[in-house]
Design a protein around this ligand. Structure first.
Ligand code: GAP
Length: 465
């Protein structure tokens, strides 16, 4: 399959089956905004639940936080976002398209990453003098710095002192709340604070479906450590990220770990590894892992005047902790998962006796991520079958996200479920009325097993673990 075809198929499947659709559509849409539909919200929630389970619930050294999106503007002064969180904008005077500077470069000399934001800045010797949209020559404006933070006012008055920003990363609240978390949990270093939440960036050129949007979610951990031993901690987190990639079913062959070399990193980042994904639109940053030293806590201590040091309970030593930061985007995870798990089978699979074999789509999502875990399908709509099937459905609903479907042929119904990644289909047939058993079909192996109705929930629970 052509790479662009795959992207189009994912976008089309997402819209058709209610995973992701364009936002504000009845009003002509809003550029690059997307809404997660009934299946999309389940997939997204399952990704967040799995991340929380792996990195908070199952670890004794990580606790959670859910901070305010709007914070005191001093936060962004200390973090350097007010000054540095910029993109360079160039406008075509003819067609008025706004370009990011890096999109108009034709030759790169130096590439470095700003550690506070994780974004790339690139210095080039040559600019294209041509607008890439209308082709006009020598019509490009001067370069202008554009701060990516969304600005708004707190309260009704539009005064300077009321200006606030929508957070461009979730990380800063963790630094700001560091002391309160320490005091309320008595966590000992090394320990981490995890947060999932919305972040906003007024991107100049959003695009590639949900890859780069202005509103998105991040899953971030700030892992506080002593300076010595940071290399070991960095390696540990790198292997945790590899485990995560595997757990969510992202194709490991498409993932590259790119070391951002000396001179290319921001001044306070001693090491950065980008987790990049070979997408249909090129190799792009999926996640980032950074050793942020003690830059942020030091900056907040300085500006706030509050003591943000940690006191080692054993040695009495006082110091500002250093930080390892794994930073993951939720929407980029959704996209990489969909691209990795989508499979088309030409001519179909031999699930049914139907003579017409079409192209079948199977979304091989890990079971933990599947929006619907079990579909209940009576072989006929007759009450003799629909009544017990509904009872089974209502019973299973208490434990799993389920769907009930009695329309169309059984083959079509299996395909509908395969296409959205449902791991198990339960078929209720006429024999079920007699032997009190149902057929459970596995999405991947297509194996069918007869299971007693009274043991069904427990059986499925085991299979879904
Ligand atoms: N706290 C560090 C930080 O925010 P970043 O590299 O700017 O670093 C981290 O962002 C992750 O957030 C990215 O690797 C990506 O997964 C996600 N992300 C960043 N900008 C995004 C955007 N405009 N749309 C969707 N996801 C984005």
């Amino acid at each position: 399959m052509q790479k662009n075809d795959l992207m189009e198929k994912i976008i089309s499947l997402s819209k058709r089956r209610g995973f992701i659709f364009p936002g504000s559509e009845i009003y002509g849409g809003l550029a690059n905004s997307y809404d997660f539909g009934p299946l999309g919200v389940e997939l997204k929630n399952n990704i967040k639940k799995l991340w929380w389970k792996m990195f908070v619930q199952e670890r004794e050294d990580v606790v959670g936080l859910d901070a305010n999106i709007i914070m005191n503007s001093k936060v962004w002064e200390a973090s350097g976002h007010l000054e540095n969180f910029n993109d360079t904008l160039i406008e075509c005077k003819k067609c008025h398209t706004r370009h990011r500077r890096e999109d108009l470069m034709s030759f790169w000399t130096v590439k470095y990453k700003i550690a506070s934001t994780g974004r790339y800045e690139e210095i080039a010797e040559k600019f294209s003098k041509e607008c890439s949209v209308c082709g006009s020559k020598n019509q490009l404006s001067d370069q202008r710095q554009f701060n990516l933070m969304f600005k708004t006012n707190l309260g009704p008055l539009e005064a300077q002192e009321n200006i606030v920003y929508l957070r461009p990363e979730t990380a800063q609240a963790i630094f700001v709340d560091f002391k309160q978390i320490l005091e309320t949990t008595r966590m000992k270093i090394p320990f981490g604070v995890a947060q999932i939440g919305k972040a906003f960036r007024n991107e100049i050129t959003p695009g590639n479906f949900i890859f780069r949007t202005r509103e998105f979610e991040q899953m971030e951990i700030e892992y506080f450590i002593k300076e010595r031993g940071w290399k070991e901690q960095f390696e540990k987190w790198l292997s945790e990220m590899k485990k995560w990639i595997k757990a969510v079913g992202i194709d490991e062959k498409l993932v590259k770990y790119v070391n951002i070399s000396d001179g290319e990193r921001a001044h306070y980042s001693k090491r950065t590894v980008d987790v990049e994904f070979e997408s249909p639109f090129g190799q792009k940053e999926l996640y980032g892992l950074a050793y942020r030293t003690n830059f942020d806590l030091s900056a907040h201590q300085k500006l706030s005047g509050k003591d943000l040091e940690y006191r080692d309970p054993e040695t009495g030593e006082k110091f500002i902790p250093h930080v390892i930061e794994p930073s993951l985007g939720v929407e980029r995870t959704v996209l990489a998962v969909l691209l990795s798990c989508y499979e088309e089978i030409k001519g179909g699979r031999s699930t049914t006796t139907e003579s017409v074999k079409e192209e079948e789509v199977v979304l091989r999502l890990p079971k933990a991520l599947a929006p619907i875990k079990v579909a209940v399908l009576p072989l006929s709509r007759k009450e003799e079958l629909s009544k017990p099937a509904k009872e089974i459905y209502h019973d299973l609903q208490k434990k799993f996200m389920c769907q009930y479907d009695e329309t169309a042929s059984i083959g079509k119904r299996y395909r509908r479920q395969d296409e959205i990644g449902t791991p198990f289909c339960v078929t209720v047939d006429f024999e079920s009325v007699e032997d009190k058993k149902v057929t459970v079909r596995d999405r991947d192996s297509m194996k069918q097993e007869r299971v007693a109705i009274k043991e069904l929930a427990e059986y499925l629970q085991k299979q879904l673990e």
